[in-house]
Ligand binder design. Structure first.
Ligand SMILES: Cc1ncc(C[n+]2csc(CCOP(=O)(O)OP(=O)(O)O)c2C)c(N)n1
Length: 580
């Protein structure tokens, strides 16, 4: 084949096509020419591209499979016709090599459906035929056969079928189930394969990091339990069962700060909001308690106002202080999301930061609301547009597997995952078992790294459970007796993780000591870690204007009047705002 210099240059790095791999690639090319669908997607894309390279005689002639031609000569030779010598083609071995590539592709494509994601283990997982070697005709006799694995990132160019299967199952079917193969960007697919396969989707954190994760879980659980006993029956939309979320968002903010992000704008609904206020944004517990006690300087009206207020603070990160803004939100689930995106875009424009290197939107969703509210599809549709892009949003789903009182997957939605709407923009999704907090934190790191590298949306789906009712006035054991029987028997994510660290020798009393320390801090109305700067309460303030920014001329708007009373006056009338 003759190639133009640019094509030659493009293929120059493909050394994997040569040497010992050449016969294998040739066989796969034969298969492709006969049945394009029989080879893995990545190879099909590659061979498709070859079809546009002109033939060596400059004509438009297309390649045809050689194997039938070779076989025809062999048949003629056997029949005593023309005497020819043919190369021995081990067709069965060739078929197996192709099958191994199909097996690898199957794990990358649908491994997440067999992943160990549900802490409650509520349903039997349906078998997935294409993840089984027998589907491709492999038997036990093939387990020790060594195949080429240079197309993977397991660190070996060849592995036995047994070794390869273990690696694939660890990477794609453990407590992290990744979905990324639907992206049309080859570079992104390879990026995910490299990230996941090179570590087999397993975190390897230091003892201090593990302790820090346990501390966040302790804070998350500790606040909920404290409020539960102190303000009996008052609504707080408990996060219990989903404590890993607090570890994940902390990781996101700390890593974002380390990578140069200066502002994080968060949109979220009721679930876990008080926890984010105190444990993530470092609102003083004493201020929160004052709201429950109705002794706050700004007495809040009845209803769910605590769950609608915004907040701002600056928290310390390895890269310096990061400004956090939690957007005010109404009861209408998910509707705050485009507002957050608009706020982020405005901050990017003001900072002259067109790629969103300094400002990060984080949207926190419920599993039922995420796919159910069309505003998410509309917001996703704007995600990569020139006028509205925010350089990629990190979405976190607190997937407690229930929406109010609907918990049976057959009644909840028609798609496999609650995140499936993001496939409209090919956003990758990391589903992760909330009972494995270290992997949740690893997934948060990967999600952020993807967002900072490719400037696109990414989803972290934390599969967890809801320990209590929808709110504290709901008795879920009546409406979901089976689910809540399992939940009642669950010791709690914090306890499981504390026990795990104890068995690793990190301290038999570590967990209990942290519980006591957190409780003592709450008794004193304090946080266990302070923010660097407390900003005026309830003011979702936009600060840090660069001095170069020209002052806006507001004079033409001075005469503007409103015919209706303002929201503030309406709030002061103590009208309950919602039932949420
Ligand atoms: C647009 C809208 N529809 C319905 C409701 C009523 N509502 C409040 S919470 C809720 C269930 C939400 O479930 P999920 O998204 O899974 O979040 P969770 O409460 O389980 O964290 C519903 C239907 C609402 N507040 N807003």
């Amino acid at each position: 084949m003759s190639t133009t210099p640019s094509v030659y240059t493009a293929y120059q790095g493909n050394t994997f096509l040569f040497g010992g791999n050449a016969p294998y690639v040739e066989e796969m090319y034969e298969n492709y020419l006969a049945h394009p669908g029989s080879v893995p997607d990545s190879w099909r894309d590659y061979f498709d591209a070859l079809q546009h390279v002109p033939a060596s005689d400059g004509s438009n002639a297309k390649d045809v499979p050689h194997l039938p031609v070779v076989n025809a000569f062999a048949e003629r030779a056997k029949a005593g016709g023309t005497k020819v010598v043919v190369a021995s083609v081990d067709a069965e071995m060739g078929r197996k090599r192709t099958a191994v590539q199909q097996l690898i592709a199957a794990y990358r494509n649908v491994g997440q459906r067999w992943a160990d994601l549900d802490p409650l283990k509520r349903t039997e997982r349906a078998a997935i035929p294409d993840l089984e070697p027998s589907f491709y005709g492999f038997t036990d006799a093939d387990q020790e056969t060594v195949f080429d694995t240079s197309n993977t990132f397991f660190g070996k160019n060849s592995m036995s079928l047994r070794e390869l299967l273990n690696a694939l199952r660890e990477t794609y079917c453990g407590t992290l189930g990744a979905e990324y193969m639907y992206t049309s960007e080859q570079a992104e697919k390879r990026w995910w394969q490299q990230k996941l396969e090179s570590i087999r989707s397993k975190p390897s954190f230091s003892a201090d990091k593990k302790k820090a994760i346990l501390e966040r879980l302790t804070a998350a659980e500790g606040l909920e339990r404290y409020l539960h006993t102190k303000y009996v029956g008052q609504k707080r939309f408990s996060l219990e069962g989903g404590e890993s979320f607090i570890a994940a968002i902390e990781e996101l903010i700390q890593s974002a700060g380390a990578q140069g992000v200066q502002e994080v704008v968060i949109g979220m609904a009721h679930r876990g909001r008080l926890n984010v206020l105190v444990n993530t944004m470092r609102k003083l517990p004493a201020d929160l308690f004052a709201e429950f006690d109705h002794t706050a300087p700004e007495d809040l009206p009845a209803g769910d106002v605590k769950y609608h207020q915004g907040f701002s603070s600056d928290v310390s990160t390895p890269g310096g202080p990061v400004h956090l803004s939690l957007a005010f939100n109404p009861s209408h689930l998910e509707i705050v999301n485009p507002v957050v995106e608009g706020s982020v875009r405005a901050r990017m424009d003001r900072r002259a930061d067109p790629l969103g290197k300094q400002v990060l939107p984080v949207l926190v969703h419920g599993d039922a609301a995420f796919g159910g509210q069309g505003v998410n599809q509309e917001t996703l549709a704007l995600a990569q547009t020139r006028g509205y892009s925010t350089g990629g949003t990190v979405h976190i789903i607190i997937n407690n597997q229930i929406g109010f009182t609907t918990s049976d997957p057959r009644d909840m939605r028609s798609s496999v995952f609650c995140t499936d709407i993001v496939k409209m923009v090919e956003a990758p999704v990391l589903h992760v078992n909330g009972d494995d907090p270290e992997t949740v934190v690893l997934a948060a790191q990967l999600a952020l790294e993807y967002r900072m590298t490719f400037r696109k949306d990414v989803v972290l789906d934390i599969v967890c459970f809801r320990k209590l009712g929808h709110n504290e006035q709901d008795t879920p054991a009546l409406t979901q007796p089976l689910m809540y029987k399992k939940i009642a028997a669950h010791p709690g994510t914090r306890k499981l993780f504390a026990d795990k660290l104890a068995t690793q020798g990190l301290g038999a009393t570590l967990g209990d000591d942290m519980v006591k320390a957190y409780r003592a801090a709450l008794d004193a109305g304090k946080n266990t870690s302070e923010c660097t700067k407390k900003l005026p309460r309830t003011l979702a303030r936009v600060n840090c204007l660069p001095t170069s920014w020209p002052p806006r001329d507001w004079a033409p708007l001075w005469a503007t009047t409103w015919s209706k009373p303002t929201a503030l006056r309406w709030m002061r009338a103590k009208t309950p705002l919602s039932r949420c």
